[in-house]
Design a binder for this molecule. Structure first.
Ligand SMILES: Nc1nc2c(ncn2[C@@H]2O[C@H](COP(=O)(O)OP(=O)(O)OP(=O)(O)O)[C@@H](O)[C@H]2O)c(=O)[nH]1
Length: 663
């Protein structure tokens, strides 16, 4: 990237503006900053791991004139994979945002990771995109992770175009890949290398344009860029209902947070309406606080260019926001949010809601739908090399957690140890590596453990009481509650039985609620969180003067008693599995899967390989890549995707309890 210092008068601000060294001529500095909305394309690149996302992005940057040479993942010198771990491993871990120009249009492009451990990274990028390019390896067709990201893009209703990459490979097949796309993605690919009605079809999502090429051999990348500009929508061509309530006021969504050693947290914003200026205040509806936006930057992978203002449809980086996290809605002021809420209500269209207190009055403010954070499936303890480093480790973990909402950190109340929870072995390994490289701490991680859950199998109703003598007074409480299994409902849900003439005081209800939540956070069998259960509070009796802490403790005991009486059941995470294996190694891979309690759903041929599709408990998949490599002399590959939780059989459950407790 070449930066030239030019002075631009925009109000009273001076800016450093980044221009392409040999990019398209005719671009004024003003153009570089203020781009008409119709000429913006916010797009993402999505695919299965290794399909060629980063290579294609590098070629786009080269042809757009933003780089002088083509970066190569195999040489570790790409623009978008700039993290040390990405360059070393040749994989994308975090989504990089790059802005460049093509045929009088600004393309804000996000290169997303393909590995299943970083699905969350793809999800939060998709949330802010207007269009996407799906890249396929023409010798493999539709692979497992492509299906996952395709479904994610369906959820956000994102218009897409397809690029069949790696057409130079001898095993590439255009026809088979197109058939595979039709069949597996259930779409009508419009095969083209030249292209106006296609745009209408793409925007209506009635078809998906498909191009082909070979990024490595520099074939088909310029037509792909032309297709991005010609077929994918501008931000104003996407319908966002909430915009009508805000009029010309700014409304933005924070979709990513990165920690920069010098500048502090960098918050990536997608601006849907209005304009935001540097050195201004903005109101965060989700956190109910006003933040100071000190600077605004345009992202060029790891390099940034300061801008005075960002307008609707753009993606920019905000500096100075201290409390904002991924998924938060930012608007001009609380007044603007309240006015938008009133407009929505007058039109009888309740928006997405966040409840807030304003001047002692509870008001409902419209927020944008945030990003779903997946449940972590693995956890382990983390310790600093010495007690003196504990504070530094806490700081590192707080920063990393703010960047990555799929990483959870909590303190185990029993052992006092810090516990890290994440999406997979690689995810936790990268976090450990980042703690070392970016924060200089040699953190020690305990063994990786599977995040089980607890639930019940039948209803139960119990009464529990607790008496304690404290300060020469008898504290006594009694709680009656029932539990009911609710498969697939997720976190515990609390209801209150109608009381006849017996109204519970708010502080009593709050104390019972916190007792239930505390009891459900550590189930009675092995201390795993309880889910898929409805708890109904039947009655609460409290002696006058009894402390609310005693009432909470009584509720925890009562809940655990009810859960055990209702047939305490451990749930274990299950993974969908796809293995590509040469015919000669099929039987040994299947035998190994059987030993891992795997279920095979289908086995079919894909060119010279057999494809095994099935499911397997996560607990039995630790270190599977090494085993598979050994069994097949490195000729097989596999992909895993979380597929919910399943009940363990009584024998498996007993084995786990014995392993964990020795009982
Ligand atoms: N033969 C051939 N190889 C390619 C082509 N495009 C990329 N590759 C190679 O495929 C491998 C993966 O390429 P990447 O660009 O890192 O793929 P990716 O999709 O970004 O990978 P992740 O970020 O790890 O998901 C590298 O070894 C590339 O050199 C192509 O058109 N033809």
């Amino acid at each position: 990237v070449c930066c030239s210092k030019s002075q631009i008068t925009m109000g009273r601000l001076e800016q450093i503006v980044c221009k392409p060294r040999n990019g398209p001529s005719g671009f004024s500095d003003h153009h570089m900053i203020v781009m008409e909305c119709i000429r913006i394309r916010n797009i993402g690149i999505m695919a299965h791991i290794d399909a060629g996302k980063t290579t294609t992005t590098e070629r786009m940057l080269y042809y757009a004139g933003y780089t002088r040479s083509m970066g190569d993942v195999d040489d570790g010198d790409t623009v978008t994979d700039f993290m040390a771990q990405e360059r070393e491993r040749g994989i994308t871990i975090q989504s990089a945002a790059v802005t460049f120009h093509w045929h009088d249009h600004r393309i804000n492009l996000i290169d997303t990771p393909g590995h299943v451990d970083f699905t969350m990274e793809v999800e939060r990028s998709l949330r802010v995109l207007d269009g996407a390019v799906a890249i396929f390896d023409a010798s493999a067709g539709v692979e497992a992770q492509t299906l996952t990201v395709w479904r994610q893009a369906d959820n956000y209703d994102i218009p897409r175009i397809c690029f069949l990459n790696k057409m130079d490979k001898p095993t590439a097949s255009f026809e088979l890949s197109v058939d595979n796309i039709k069949e597996k993605l259930n779409i009508k690919p419009i095969v083209l290398q030249v292209r106006n009605s296609i745009r209408k079809v793409t925007l209506a999502r009635a078809g998906v344009p498909l191009l082909c090429g070979s990024a490595l051999k520099n074939r088909g990348v310029q037509p792909l860029l032309n297709a991005v500009v010609d077929f994918l929508p501008a931000p104003i061509e996407r319908r966002h209902n909430f915009l009508q309530w805000y009029g010309n006021d700014p409304v933005a969504l924070a979709f990513k947070v990165c920690n920069d050693q010098q500048r502090g947290p960098l918050v990536f914003l997608r601006l849907y309406g209005g304009a935001l200026s540097a050195h201004s205040s903005i109101f965060n509806i989700s956190r109910n606080c006003t933040e100071r936006l000190s600077r605004l930057l345009l992202g060029f992978a790891d390099q940034h260019v300061e801008i005075p203002q960002v307008t609707a449809g753009n993606i920019a980086i905000a500096v100075g926001l201290k409390k904002t996290v991924t998924g938060d809605t930012l608007v001009a002021s609380k007044k603007s949010a309240i006015a938008a809420s009133q407009r929505a209500r007058e039109a009888n269209t309740p928006p997405n809601e966040g409840s807030h207190e304003a001047g002692g009055i509870e008001v409902i403010l419209p927020v944008l739908a945030g990003v779903d954070v997946p449940e972590p499936v693995f956890f382990c303890t983390v310790e600093p090399p010495s007690a003196a480093k504990q504070q530094n480790l806490d700081h590192a973990l707080a920063c990393l957690q703010r960047e990555d909402p799929s990483l959870k950190v909590h303190l185990d109340p029993e052992s006092g140890q810090t516990v890290l929870s994440g999406m997979g072995e690689l995810h936790i390994e990268i976090i450990q590596d980042r703690i070392h490289r970016e924060y200089g701490i040699e953190a020690y991680l305990g063994p990786l453990q599977v995040a089980y859950k607890e639930t019940t199998t039948r209803p139960a109703c119990v009464t529990g009481s607790l008496e304690r003598h404290q300060a020469e007074m008898l504290h006594s409480a009694s709680v009656e509650l029932s539990v009911q299994p609710q498969p697939g409902a997720g976190p515990i849900c609390i209801t209150w039985a109608p009381s006849e003439g017996h109204v519970l005081r708010p502080e009593v209800m709050e104390s019972v609620r916190s007792g239930i939540e505390c009891g459900a956070s550590q189930g009675p069998i092995l201390g795993y969180p309880v889910q898929d259960v409805r708890v109904c509070v039947q009655s609460v009796t409290v002696n006058p003067g009894t402390s609310l802490a005693i009432l909470s403790a009584c509720t925890v005991q009562c809940l655990h008693k009810a859960l055990l009486q209702a047939g305490g059941q451990i749930l274990e995470p299950l993974m969908m599995l796809e293995i590509l294996v040469p015919e000669e190694h099929l039987s040994c891979v299947l035998a190994d899967l059987a030993q891992r309690r795997g279920s095979v759903f289908s086995i079919h041929a894909r060119r010279d390989r057999q494809v095994i599709v099935g499911s397997v408990p996560l607990a039995d998949m630790m270190g599977y890549s090494t085993t598979l490599r050994t069994l097949t002399s490195g000729t097989a590959s596999f992909s895993l995707e979380p597929s919910g939780y399943k009940s363990m059989s009584p024998v498996e459950q007993q084995k786990l309890i014995q392993e964990r407790t020795g009982r």
